[in-house]
Write a protein that binds this ligand. Sequence first.
Ligand code: MLC
Ligand code: AMP
Length: 436
Amino acid sequence: MLLTALRSGCADVTVRGRRLHGQALADAVGAVSRSVAGHERVAVVAEPALETVVAVAGVLAGGGCAIPLNPAAGELERDHVLRESAPSLVLTPGDVDLTARAELPDEQPLDAQPALVVFTSGTTGPPKGAVISRRAVGSCLDGLAGAWNWSDDDVLAHALPLFHVHGLVLGTLGPLRHGSPVVIRAGFGPVPGATMYFAVPTMWSRASDAELSAMRPARMLVSGSAALPARVFERVRDRSGHALVERYGLTESLIVTAARLSDDRSPGRVGRPLDAVRLRIDGADDDGMGEVLLSGPTLFSGYLNQPGATATAMTNDGWLRTGDLGSYDDDNGLRLYGRLATDLIKTGGFKVGAGEVEDALLAHPALREAAVTGEPDDDLGERIVAWVVTGAPVEAQALVDHVAQRLAPHKRPREVRFVEALPRNAMGKIQKTLLR
Ligand code: MLC
Ligand code: AMP
């Protein structure tokens, strides 16, 4: 059983000021379940709305698999996701009637059946669909509950998008499993009575002094999805009285480590493994720093339709290569230092592949060449920079809009640099290190 609190009638969800809870919420979810019966894969246009929560829960409660779609995805990206995942139904908020009533279908076990397909970027090509089982979701959420004593006494607040693991699994399915009321706001900020806040570092960095101070009564403030800068950690601690709790994971593994409230906390220390998760450091240097590898029940089942990419992501003995650089010991937990692949950019907590943006840019008729890099950014952690060689006059903004419309606004370059030529090696490969 996945959505235990929802089934027992004690879930409580508020999105942008609209609330549905208790039996009325369970019944609305039941009605969606009935309406999608027989559909194995259902795409959900994940607008930040109560209907999205009810739609995803309805698909899962009936044993189906939900595919969250970024509502701001451009045509190219949306077509790709729909083609790859081939849902037999696409639900938009308009398809969900919050006043409809039906009993929830019978319980489904926490097993290898897919619960979600979440699309995530790689270094090259369009995003890949990570297939996430019911068991993985349940194990991750129970692991976090164990680490943080997350219970129905908690009230969770966040402003995360509902089409990625952070906002969807932790921020939505977590409360439906653990029974903590959740308040999902339009912009990140304090919520009276909240005991837990989940946010990406950019949100913590943007919170005002007054907002941070209003979060003082909470039990824990949590940061994840991207590296937490020391100055953000310190400012949050000064203004709110809380040392941010970091947790770490990937779409492909869900959340695998978390700092405990009893741990000494400092930026970059993302805690010890959750229950049943195993972690090892591959190719460690003298300082113990190497690639983080993971195994355990929270791991994804593979990339949809891409056995080759799945095999590349895993070792022969079944461990996931994360591409993250870290060191581990039982006393200090996992410490993260950065990523191996420079072609993966984390901007505002969103992962964006350089290759995907380059492909989109090159479809613009004025461009002859394009290379995309990530550069340090005080606000976003990293910002996407496009280096372009033009064959015809074009404004930077036109290129930015071109990417925002084809892919999604968060994948747009924040800066465009016009160059005469891109540096290439003897093989003709672009040397991105020379672009910095
Ligand atoms: C701007 N906009 C444009 C545009 N320029 N739209 C179209 N074309 C253009 N050229 C619009 C945007 O759509 C948006 O609209 C608004 O302008 C502001 O856009 P933005 O500047 O891109 O947003 P920003 O404020 O910078 O967003 C910051 C942020 C966001 C932190 C709120 O990055 C965010 O939500 N991050 C969370 C990412 C996340 O959840 N990652 C988890 C991955 S899972 P509008 O209408 O939208 O305001 C994972 C695993 C784990 O990593 O460990 O958790
Ligand atoms: P995604 O593919 O969007 O799920 O992003 C996964 C990546 O986010 C990981 O490989 C890490 O690089 C990064 N990440 C997640 N949590 C943290 C964290 N607490 N600190 C630093 N990086 C993180």
